[in-house]
Design a protein. Sequence first.
Length: 409
Amino acid sequence: MTIRIDVLVRTLAQALDLVEIAYLGATSNHGRRIAVLCAAMGRHLGMSKDELSALVTCALLHDNALTEYFLLLKENAEGDVSRLGAHCEIGQRNVEILPFRENIQGYILYHHERADGQGPFRMSEGYCPLAAELIAAADMIDVATPLHLIPLSELETLRRGIEGDIHQRFTGKAGEALLAVLDGEMLASLRGDRIEAATTSAVPAWVMDSGDPALLPIAELIAHIIDYKSAFTKVHTRQIANRAWVMAEHYDYDPAQKIKLYLAAALHDLGKLAVPSEVLEKPGKLDQAEFEIIKTHITYTRELLSGAVGLGDIVEWAANHHEKLDGRGYPLGKGETDLDFNSRLMACIDIYQAVSEERPYHPRRSHAETMPILYDMADKGGIDLNIVKDMDVAMAPWSGKDVETPKPN
């Protein structure tokens, strides 16, 4: 089996879009519009396939730091993280773990720089990578005037404004490339009814075998972004992924199956990016209305992943983690005959991590304190007793400790 990394990245960008709308009141599909524009500019400038892949991937993920950045702002209201550059630094650090074929140094770090040197790092024209200049140009124009809202009758006015800002906001190369591609057809392709097709055609295919260890950092990045949506879950998704790896080794899964399970675990809470932070971060017991909101994260996860063609069983393993064998789970009320082994395993791992990690309403629990809770749920018919017994063995060495990120040979 192969995994389409480009499709996975587009899915993550779509989820990040939900964060940007919630935090900044931004218009939808911002990241995808930046990617489509950058792809066109890169092709106009004669970039190779690998250069285009790196450029467009970074364009899609240029705001990947939003969850971590806004959490840092909450925790350090008077600190240095309040500057815009921190958002760029975090975003650059996050994407550098991905297995690009091109050196992407500075691509996201400098995406808020201006040609006149008035950006957060005061990098004037000629000092940033071309890809960073292209992402910055596309980002600046779409933030100032969301391009999907511009009527065709105003295109020439928009173009004259870009011309006037070359060597001020836009570097010469980026500004000229933007003018070369920003015509009526491009403007139409950025609208809501066409942006999906435009993004699909703009992003170069990036395929990996499902057993390729290079998939692990991609999963790690996704988990990292999800975890920082809430101060209460800074390690939740990554620990579930790491525990999934431990269990896959316990069951002697082959490399491809281990990586698929790890990826499913990293994706399982993707829909939490669409859930309001005030609900995720409520320190006390949720009321019924708030619990109903929390439950929607599974629906969002399934919807987002179902659009990522080629994930196969990974979608089910990720989206079934709150279903129960007795049919009392959510959101679909699936039962024993509907849940395959890895779906059952994911549910058990999620419960183990939630019960054992520190939360505002309970302290961190040891393995010995955690397991009776799982055994009780299994005895009542909610989760798989055999898996619980296996976890009792496999998780014991990690009692009171975070499980290490896998480092396959």
